[in-house]
Design a protein around this ligand. Structure first.
Ligand code: AZC
Length: 811
């Protein structure tokens, strides 16, 4: 496509789809027309992909995920279509500023954090590897809330990403699927003596599919992401309308459409939980129906399901798919129970993303039974069969039965979704080597004893397209020049950079790229948030959801203790290494402690940033509303990556991988994928600190008392006392009382126990930073040795260990 054809397409779009011309177009008109012009160039490939995959009856990977944290689309679509320069030139030829137009896009924030971003990386890699795959999820009207700070405290604003429409989606209301809820179940016995269940639901909604293109990189393949939006069914409305009760009709509509209104925030309050279960069933029921219709609903076709599709359950959110498939097979297509169970168990696999017991979903039997009565029965039967089998294999162990049952009895009768997932899946995987071990040996130990072959590991990865190629153009060109461009599709090629770590000139150029990225980010921060940072400082970055186990508090105590020592005249502030500590973190709206910590970070920032004694050598920058768009600018600019969770708590982490790939050095614990990062980049190029997972266990079972650390470590005591003194709250000693007392009396994540070791690692890090050339060497080695963390590699591991779905390249 030439610049001229691009321009004329663009103008045509503007006129024919937006009804405006260049003179009258708004920024949104221009952006939409630009997006459409780009999209047009991918549509033929997309249609061709669908045709080829269908013709070959290829096995499809169906990724079921309640979240996709996609990030901006335009840049990625341009990369995939190879049109970036053309689009830029075309806009310039029309007197338009491409970057300004691109910035109109509001990213679809349809995820909370790591899990949702992982799903987005995975669909990218699946497309790039030519795997027939479809991502299924929910088209939330409002994605993750927009975070603002009011007096330093988090305030949540609705995310209106669809306010101006989205040019990337293709809705197909005519292909809607009806999803039913509630009601009751009747049973009869068939002529052959089989139980026949008839579910009479009490209400229903339409699931309207919206398709999104997922283009592969360096291939013609374009896969789909299908997100479902809820719409009230017409018949439902009409009845009420006809009875003359318009208000009730509107209420009914609102009720139904609420299902896809908002992304459920993690760790929230119980209210709204019912809505969350509705969401889960809603998208899963629509997706299964969609997939099964593609395979065919005759008995013969259904029997081929295991060869035609594999469903990956992204955490427990979609696990209701297991009883739903059983219901479809048994109740709707009259497959015998045992055969249906064999089919079901062979098409599902489950990925667990957590180690926190409180994060494992359970649904009260009362709620699930009310919302999905037939599913509740099916779950009971699956459980009965499972327990019978268990009693045969492990006689006289009723405690084991109670531990493994899908139904928990105390404190409330509830369905353990992780158990249902494990029982109903072929494979269960964790997301980093350590995590998978702990999953096997702790969280699901009874199951791994029973079925050792069921458990496997697939270490997470991130897409090199978005997080290196697009986010870090400076580094990308440097790499291209050094080793060619193959790395974007085969990230293991980064290894070839290793010898260049010994090349002083390369190191200098690498340093220049980092510096330029810091300048670029400083500018973004200035424009976006009015925050000023100096690119000459260390950019010490901790960005991730705010969670106590991730230990933003530990980072903050480090800062406060430095400040405290300056105040006490312990050292001359002019000898401080110039440092900007960058935080980015959203707290779940109902997670009060997390919100307190945010307020404290901002309060400390306010005080130290304006204290002339520090002479600007130590600053905190906490831009609000950290999201994928900001990450793409921030990660390439980072010097230090903070991965400081308590060992045994972070399943994997994926930010840690993005930073290493962009040449930041990690300071971290032996947790999640940090373990593998350190092994690969080399212990000399990683700042390790903290207790190991077994040490954590030991300390906790010996009766951990954080106050002892407070008493025995003056630097720590100084920092905590300074917070308690009201130094960051205008003398108000009560302001951060909860945070302080939690640290002293309920330090669940051993912040105080790891403090000393962390401070030591920080001072090692500062000395290392002082030798810029040696630092650059380590940074280059981080990049060269992190190729393993490509999501392409993760997907290959899923294919080898779990999915066994061959690639279907387009001609
Ligand atoms: C996260 C894990 O906390 C993180 O360690 C991991 O890297 C990521 O999944 C991807 O596997 N879990 C979540 O984000 N969980 C939810 C519910 O959002």
């Amino acid at each position: 496509m030439t610049v001229e054809t691009f321009s004329s397409d663009f103008i045509a779009r503007l006129r024919h789809s937006r009804g405006v011309d260049l003179e009258t177009a708004s920024q949104n008109d221009l952006y939409s027309a630009l997006a459409w012009t780009v999209r047009k160039n991918l549509i033929d490939r997309w249609l061709e992909t669908k045709k080829t995959q269908a013709a070959q009856k290829a096995k499809v990977v169906a990724y079921l995920s309640a979240e996709y944290l996609l990030g901006a689309q335009l840049n990625n679509m341009l990369l995939a279509s190879g049109l970036e320069q053309t689009a830029r030139d075309a806009m310039a030829s029309l007197g338009l500023d491409f970057d300004k137009l691109a910035s109109v896009e509001v990213e679809p924030g349809l995820g909370n954090g790591g899990l949702g971003r992982l799903a987005a990386c995975f669909v990218d890699s699946l497309a790039t590897l030519d795997i027939p795959a479809i991502g299924y999820g929910i088209r939330y009207q409002h994605g993750i809330f927009r975070q603002t700070f009011v007096d330093g405290r988090q305030a949540e604003q609705p995310d209106n990403w669809l306010e101006l429409g989205s040019p990337w989606e293709l809705p197909h209301p005519e292909a809607s699927v009806t999803v039913r809820f509630g009601g009751s179940v009747a049973h009869a016995t068939s002529a052959t003596g089989e139980d026949v269940a008839t579910w009479t639901p009490s209400w229903e909604v339409e699931a309207v599919p919206y398709n999104y293109l997922v283009p592969g990189y360096g291939t013609a393949n374009v896969n789909s992401l299908r997100l479902w939006s809820a719409r009230a069914t017409q018949s439902f409305d009409l009845q009420i309308f006809n009875s003359g009760d318009y208000e009730a009709a509107v209420r009914a509509q609102t009720f139904a459409e609420n299902i896809s209104q908002v992304l459920y925030p993690e760790d929230s309050t119980p209210q709204g939980k019912e809505l969350r279960l509705q969401q889960q069933y809603f998208f899963v029921a629509a997706s299964l129906r969609d997939m099964i219709e593609q395979v065919g609903t005759s008995l013969d076709a259904l029997r081929t399901l295991p060869e035609r599709v594999v469903f990956q359950l992204n955490d427990t959110h979609p696990v209701i798919a297991i009883p739903e498939l059983m219901r479809l097979l048994v109740d709707e297509y009259s497959v015998a129970w045992d055969e249906a169970w064999d089919i079901t168990r062979s098409v599902f696999n489950y990925t667990c993303h957590t180690l926190l017991p409180e994060a494992l979903e359970v649904w009260p039997v009362e709620l699930l039974g009310r919302l999905l009565p037939r599913h509740m029965e099916i779950i009971f039967r699956i459980n009965d069969d499972f327990i019978a089998e268990l009693r045969e294999q492990r006689p006289h162990d009723e405690l084991l039965v109670r531990r493994m049952s899908i139904i928990q009895e105390q404190p409330l009768r509830a369905v353990r979704m992780a158990h249902l997932a494990t029982i109903g899946s072929t494979k269960v995987n964790g997301v980093a080597a350590l995590h998978s071990e702990l999953l096997k040996d702790k969280v699901l130990v009874d199951f791994s004893n029973l079925w050792p072959g069921k458990f496997t590991n697939v270490t997470n990865g991130v897409t090199p397209r978005r997080f290196v190629k697009l986010a870090n153009p400076g580094l990308s060109s440097l790499i291209d020049e050094a080793i060619g461009t193959g790395w974007v599709k085969d990230l293991s090629e980064l290894r070839q950079l290793e010898p260049l770590a010994e090349d002083a000139e390369f190191r200098a150029r690498f340093r220049d790229v980092k510096y330029a990225n810091k300048v670029r980010f400083a500018k973004v921060l200035q424009e976006r948030d009015g925050i000023e940072v100096s690119p000459d400082a260390i950019f010490d970055v901790m960005v991730k959801r705010l969670h106590e186990y991730k230990r933003q508090m530990l980072k903050l105590l480090h800062v406060v203790s430095l400040y405290d020592r300056v105040l006490k005249g312990d050292f001359d502030p002019t000898t401080l290494t110039k440092r900007v500590v960058l935080f980015g973190a959203k707290a779940a709206p109902g997670y009060l402690m997390a919100k307190e910590i945010i307020a404290l970070i901002n309060a400390v920032g306010k005080t130290i940033n304006s204290d002339p004694r520090l002479d600007g050598r130590l600053r905190i920058a906490f831009p609000a509303n950290y999201n994928v768009t900001l990450a793409e600018k921030l990660i390439p600019a980072a010097d230090v990556s903070e991965q400081i969770s308590l060992a045994g708590k972070e399943a994997s982490g994926t930010g840690n991988m993005k930073f290493a790939l962009n040449g930041a050095l990690t300071i971290g614990t032996l947790d999640g994928a940090n373990v593998e990062i350190r092994e690969l980049v080399g212990e000399d190029n990683f700042f390790l600190f903290g207790l190991t997972e077994p040490e954590v266990e030991q300390l906790q079972s010996a009766g951990y008392q954080s106050a002892k650390y407070y008493e025995s470590n003056p630097a720590l005591r100084g920092a905590i006392d300074l917070i308690a003194s009201g130094a960051f709250s205008n003398g108000d000693r009560s302001a951060f009382e909860r945070v302080v007392s939690d640290l002293l009396w309920h330090d669940r994540f051993l912040v105080l126990a790891d403090f000393e070791s962390y401070i030591e690692a920080q001072s090692t890090l500062e000395s290392a930073y002082a030798d810029q050339d040696a630092w650059s060497r380590a940074a280059v080695l981080n990049v060269a040795r992190s190729g393993f963390f490509s999501s392409d590699r993760s997907i290959r591991d899923y294919l080898d260990r779990i999915w066994h779905a061959p690639a279907v390249p387009l001609r």
